[in-house]
Design a protein around this ligand. Structure first.
Ligand code: FNR
Length: 369
């Protein structure tokens, strides 16, 4: 790890804050409105405490491997879909895909990527890749994206359900956020959308672009529409209540990501780690449950696993790793989380992921009486 003084994910964040230009940094960093949920995603992890057990297991070796949607990964931390990664590094999503493949974990490619479905697949053919979509206004555009993902060997669809409209990110509006002219929305042909690309002459250009694609009239029946024309597993991303988790299971989805979109949609929603137990209870083992939002340390990962997540995903930290050093930077981010999780497991008395359960963690309020 040739990272000098950068030893944890927060160090990479600080580095990226000093390196990225305002247009890109604000786009990556921001949450919606007052950013209450953005702060809470991270703060909430600090409200859980471990109850480590000693001398029960030999922890000299730890096995972090698991399967997600039946596919093996070396450790339970994947990369969440984030748009426009070539603003962070010229290799963008291609570098992220390579880093995830090298670390034998999963990368979720965003539809709003600056590298195409095919480019990323060709650059990391052996990697586990999932593809993130929404059901767009134009069903033919949606179908074609799904077909391209299938042809390119993506192993699941991650259907984002928290974005009927684009959240309000004040910094992007102020900056009149614009995709730099040398970059493109690589998964779309110009004819597929009506706006003139991502140009922010009046407000955020990304927000206008998204508005031309997104369909706020979607219902659960539309998820059934998606299910009937693809054999890929469908994982719904953005669930924040037990009620919606039950609806998702009833619709026959294969997985759920407890997510608040990195706090970029509805400000005021709870931190994802606080919602996780409710969703896990409601799902009752009927599909895999994952979490993203504010995961920055190995102990955050351990807490999420203890509260019932099968795996977690990181969004912004991968962007900051990219900004630092492209593929090598993202690999280092993943390596740090892997090492931190491994150590935290040893210190908590866990030799494998199956040793991690809900008795390992309590909410801080438990100790306040
Ligand atoms: C996102 N996220 C996201 N989600 C999605 O379904 N499709 C997308 O295109 C994007 N794009 C995107 C861009 C940027 C810059 C960010 C920060 C986030 C949300 C993402 O998948 C994930 O839910 C959060 O990023 C997780 O929170 P952390 O790890 O960033 O705190």
């Amino acid at each position: 790890m040739a990272t000098g003084s950068l030893v944890c994910l927060d160090d990479f964040e600080k580095y990226a804050f000093g390196k990225l230009d305002r247009n890109a940094l604000d786009y990556y960093r921001s949450g919606a409105n007052d950013e209450q949920s953005l702060r809470d995603n991270r703060a909430a992890f600090g409200r859980y405490r471990f109850r480590p057990r000693f001398l029960q297991k030999d922890v000299s070796k730890r096995d972090l491997s698991t399967r997600i949607q039946g596919q093996p990964v070396d450790f339970p931390v994947g990369i969440a879909p984030t748009a426009l990664q070539r603003m962070a590094h010229p290799d963008g999503e291609v570098a992220t895909g390579r880093a995830a493949a090298a670390m034998k974990t999963c990368m979720v490619l965003s539809t709003m990527a600056t590298s195409s479905i095919e480019e990323v697949a060709q650059a990391s053919p052996e990697g586990l890749r999932w593809f993130q979509i929404c059901i767009y206004r134009d069903r033919e555009v949606t179908k074609e994206l799904v077909r391209r993902a299938e042809r390119s060997g993506y192993k699941a669809l991650v259907l984002t359900v928290d974005t009927p409209m684009f959240g309000r990110r004040l910094a992007d509006t102020r900056n009149k956020f614009t995709l730099p002219p040398h970059l493109r929305m690589a998964n779309f042909k110009q004819a597929d959308y009506k706006s003139d690309g991502v140009k922010g002459r009046k407000g955020s250009g990304q927000s206008k672009f998204a508005a031309s694609l997104l369909n706020p009239s979607l219902k659960w029946t539309d998820v059934r529409w998606l299910k009937q024309f693809t054999k890929l597993p469908i994982i719904v991303k953005g669930i924040l209540t037990g009620e919606d988790a039950v609806e998702a299971v009833r619709t026959g989805v294969d997985g759920i990501v407890v997510s608040n979109h990195g706090a970029r949609q509805l400000d005021g929603v709870p931190a994802t780690i606080d919602v996780l137990p409710e969703v896990v209870r409601a799902v009752n083992g009927q599909c895999e449950v994952y979490l993203d939002g504010g995961v920055r340390t190995g102990t955050d990962v351990l807490k999420a696993l203890a509260l019932g997540a099968k795996a977690v995903f990181i969004g912004r930290p991968a962007l900051y790793g990219l900004a630092y050093d492209g593929e090598a930077g993202v690999k280092t981010i993943l390596q740090i989380l892997r090492d931190e999780l491994s150590l935290a497991m040893a210190l908590a008395g866990c030799a494998s992921l199956s040793d991690i359960n809900s008795s390992l963690v309590v909410h801080q309020s438990y100790y306040l009486h």
